[in-house]
Design a binder for this molecule. Structure first.
Ligand code: PEP
Length: 256
């Protein structure tokens, strides 16, 4: 982390877990546990149907709400989709874009990710853009090249002043939900590669200011070590975010 130049962000990705009726209890437990976390931006990303309950439950707290996906279209006949303006109107501030589960299970391409980033930025939402390699790609030694290409395509035609709203999450696919974590050095090195791609596209000042998160089986035990890497500015947390106590312990580590 480098708090002199950028925000520390800890974001919860609930995926398709928990229930609307349980949101208040979750929030009532998490809020006091994170009340002292002044150095850390905290975001909770529930499924779409739980967004109103999450916004309500965290109102008058430091915790912001994010969606897990959005449409690249503005409005119209797109059954089952949710637009950026609908999210913004509800009071959502962040949106995860290009999570590996969306890419792998629902065929989202780098180009689709780019379209969604533009849609989010039009409504002033803050995209949390996910990139990362599969186990096979890591074994064949193409991680840096692949992640660089994902970042470049995702950011195509994003102007410099909008780049300041974007957060990038490096999530090696083989580490998501598996209990396997990248070593802090490997994760830090890939986050460093991502920062140099941003530098090549937008210059040193923008690259220095962009928050880059690590995601992939981050928990209270490994968070400190991962976050001690200079280019890792926070975490995107799946499994461990389902328990307020476990999630708050990661926030605590990030707030040190
Ligand atoms: C994720 O889904 O973004 C994630 C990092 O999941 P987990 O923490 O469970 O690996």
């Amino acid at each position: 982390m480098n708090r002199k130049y950028r925000h520390t962000v800890i974001a919860a990705n609930w995926k398709m877990n928990l229930l609307p009726s349980k949101v208040k209890a979750y929030a009532d437990e998490l809020k006091p546990l994170t009340a002292q976390a002044k150095w850390c931006d905290i975001v909770v990303c529930p499924p779409f149907v739980m967004l109103p309950a999450v916004i309500k439950a965290f109102r008058s707290s430091r915790i912001s709400t994010g969606a897990q996906n959005l449409s690249d279209k503005e409005s119209g006949a797109f059954t089952g989709e949710v637009s950026a303006s609908q999210l913004a109107d509800l009071g959502v501030h962040y949106v995860i874009i290009g999570h590996s589960e969306r890419r792998r299970l629902y065929g989202e391409t780098d180009s689709a990710v780019n379209g969604k980033i533009h849609a989010a930025l039009r409504e002033n939402l803050r995209p949390i853009v996910c990139v990362g390699e599969s186990e096979q790609e890591r074994e064949t030694g193409v991680t840096a090249e692949l992640v660089s290409l994902q970042v470049k395509t995702a950011l195509r035609d994003v102007p410099a002043q909008k780049m300041r709203r974007i957060i990038i999450a490096y999530e090696p696919i083989w580490a998501i939900g598996t209990g396997k974590t990248a070593t802090s050095e490997d994760a830090g090195a890939v986050c460093g590669t991502i920062r140099s791609v941003v530098r090549s596209l937008y210059g040193a000042r923008t690259a220095r200011a962009v928050s880059i998160l690590y995601g992939g089986s981050m928990n209270a035990r490994n968070a400190c070590e991962l976050l001690s890497q200079p280019d890792i500015d926070g975490g995107l947390i799946g499994g461990a975010s389902l328990s307020p106590v476990d999630f708050a312990a990661i926030v605590d580590a990030a707030n040190q």
